[in-house]
Design a binder for this molecule. Structure first.
Ligand code: BGC
Length: 252
């Protein structure tokens, strides 16, 4: 099945057509800047532009940077607050005229990595962390995603919210060296390791391409590896989620 996968991020809204059997993109990735303010209407309008760009008439799977329960947005850390309580699935469907399925962006990335990427055929608890404008987390146990974990919002011992202390946006805004940022990120991972005892930690988001520059500062007992699908994971996972919903809920 082919699905248009969309990854809504704090700075860009990315899309590509995905073959959900192989987990591969079968089109080029198209990126449009996230509108500011990132209201639900403005985001859905960009998603319509993405559908038009690909001349797409099928289903859409969308990763969204917030808690999403049954299609409804529940939080808004890096998007406009008017998203809260919006049924984003219904809104995207109305604006595009296409069936849409929405899940948390980090859960989408985790789902893709667990199915097609670095977590493939790995048993146990995988903690996937996406590092970008914010910090997203996904928990995958034996291939099943436990949705809407928000470990980017835990408090560090210095009282700061983790994503305001260790996101990639903080590294670039404060011009932190890889060493300084790597040590911060290590402290963050150590807390998660203590609370969750994962079997494997996967790091995704743009910064995962720079893994070699900061991995030496990560002091953990748990194996930590960069996510394989890099910045494609969110798009692929969103498409895969939509396929799952269509097949299991017999939606056509
Ligand atoms: C949001 C998460 C999201 C993450 C990455 C956080 O601010 O609360 O839901 O997964 O950013 O976009």
């Amino acid at each position: 099945m082919e699905i248009l996968g969309i990854d809504v991020g704090g700075s860009g809204i990315k899309a590509a057509i995905v073959n959900t059997e192989t987990g591969k993109m079968i089109s080029k990735r198209n990126r449009i800047i996230t509108p500011q303010p990132a209201t639900p209407q403005a985001i859905a309008t960009i998603i319509k532009q993405q559908a038009e760009h690909f001349e797409w008439t099928g289903a859409i799977g969308c990763g969204f940077p917030a808690v999403v329960q049954n299609g409804i947005v529940k939080t808004a850390s890096n998007i406009d607050k008017t998203n809260i309580d919006t049924n984003i699935e219904v809104l995207i469907s109305q604006i595009t005229g296409l069936p849409a399925f929405v899940l948390n962006d980090a859960d989408a990335a985790g789902l893709a990595e667990a199915t097609f990427g670095s977590g493939r055929e790995k048993q146990g608890l995988i903690l996937m962390i996406t590092i970008g404008t914010g910090i997203g987390t996904a928990l995958i146990h034996n291939g099943i995603v436990i949705p809407n974990s928000e470990f980017g919002h835990i408090f560090m011992s210095n009282g700061k919210i983790a994503e305001r202390y260790a996101a990639d946006a903080v590294r670039t805004q404060k011009a932190l060296s890889w060493q300084t940022w790597g040590k911060r990120f290590s402290k963050y991972l150590q807390m998660l390791e203590l609370y969750l005892s994962p079997d494997l930690i996967l790091l995704g988001g743009g910064v995962s391409s720079d893994f070699d520059l900061f991995s030496k500062y990560l002091k953990l007992k748990t194996p930590v590896i960069p996510a394989k699908l890099k910045n494609k994971a969110g798009i692929i996972g969103a498409a895969f989620y939509a396929k799952h919903k269509i097949e299991h809920e017999k939606i056509s």
